[in-house]
Design a protein around this ligand. Structure first.
Ligand SMILES: Nc1ncnc2c1ncn2[C@@H]1O[C@H](COP(=O)(O)OP(=O)(O)OP(=O)(O)O)[C@@H](O)[C@H]1O
Length: 205
């Protein structure tokens, strides 16, 4: 087992491992389906490639689990296509069950999976629950900034969103709807996201 003071991610089984892990800034991104979380965070990561920065997907460990157990392609599950949509319901149900037992389970597993412990800037691209935010804030305090991405339903539909009962009305999609205290809200309705990126980057400095 790795010593905690090595700031190694090797053992992510409990929160105590994170006592010595001190990222300088953690951007916690959330938004409804097809609001553009992956799109914006991917381009943000490219813009920040001169800085020590890592993108973390909390859904990463969930998708690895499903890819292995169903013999699926992990990369397709991570993408924005049909494959992900086909298995989304099952993945949500399994993830929900694990989270109910331990709110930090997937946060820790994702930090471990993306080897983020020694990297000072984290972009968490898929925050979906109040408990996800709670876990990050409890462990990393004021390093955390929340960013809500908003897009009109009409635009989301053009981007491939189809209202799906059991998914769009589930907790994983709606838990953050009534949260109104965001460090930053951005409207992602246009193709040009330069202004959005500049505002987000100002949160890091
Ligand atoms: N500003 C934009 N300009 C052009 N295309 C965009 C923009 N934002 C998002 N898209 C496109 O919309 C689609 C959905 O975006 P994305 O996958 O980033 O959404 P998401 O919020 O991550 O969705 P999900 O919650 O389903 O994973 C993608 O094909 C993406 O390329």
């Amino acid at each position: 087992m790795a010593a905690a003071d090595s700031r190694d991610c090797a053992d992510a089984s409990g929160d105590s491992i994170f006592l010595s892990v001190k990222p300088r800034r953690i951007l916690l991104f959330s938004g409804k389906r097809k609001s553009g979380k992956d799109y914006i965070t991917d381009i943000l990561q490219q813009r920040l490639n001169h800085l020590p920065c890592v993108t973390i997907k909390i859904s990463g460990p969930i998708k690895i689990h499903w890819a292995k157990s169903l013999n699926l392609d992990f990369k397709e599950l991570l993408g924005d296509g049909e494959y992900k949509e086909k298995y989304r319901g099952q993945m949500i149900a399994w993830g929900e069950n694990m989270r109910n037992k331990d709110i930090g389970y997937f946060c820790r597993a994702a930090i471990d999976m993306y080897n983020a412990c020694n990297i000072p800037i984290w972009i968490v691209s898929d925050i979906r629950r109040k408990t996800d935010i709670q876990w990050f804030v409890e462990n990393f305090g004021s390093a955390c900034k929340t960013v809500r991405i908003i897009a009109d339903d009409e635009i989301r539909t053009k981007r491939g969103w189809i209202f799906t009962p059991g998914i769009d009305d589930a907790e994983s999609e709606c838990d953050l709807d009534n949260m109104n205290k965001w460090d930053l809200k951005v409207y992602n309705n246009d193709d040009d996201i330069d202004d959005i990126l500049d505002t987000i980057i100002s949160l890091i400095n």
